[in-house]
Design a protein around this ligand. Sequence first.
Ligand code: ZN
Length: 173
Amino acid sequence: MTEHGTTPRSLEELLAHALAMENEAAERYGELADQMTVHHNGEVAEFFGRMAGLERQHAGEIAARAEGLGLPRIAPWDYRWPSAESPEAVAIEDVRYLMSPQRALRIAIEHEQRAAAFYKDVAALALRADVRELAARLAQEEQGHTHLLEQWLARFPPETERPEDPDPPNTPE
Ligand code: ZN
């Protein structure tokens, strides 16, 4: 039975969740980078590449911390995410239909905030002190990621909606 909305109860369980979340986030940032390359936005592609690197580094640190602990094997449907998907991974349909760097950055910010919120909930609700401590640290790191993304978003002019031109020039009759 799935128990969405409940939090990891042990250090091992938290580490297993964190590892899955960071790996998925790294993967999606890699996809965002590719997508931005396709849209000829090399600058933002490079930035998302860096975010992928950060998340991979995060995953590596968590893996190192988990060494020797024997993490539980968790079936995909048994993760204790607040919703069906891991909170930090940018939804695949959002990646596909990205329109602009601003939109990409805003979506990324939203997911970093969800990741931070997930860890904060664990930090607030876990019964064990070691789980609370690690969760609080991870929440802080995700907030750091959010700030990085916000700094990047601030470099772009506010996005203006560009509706389809109803009367495009050079349309043959
Ligand atoms: Zn992150």
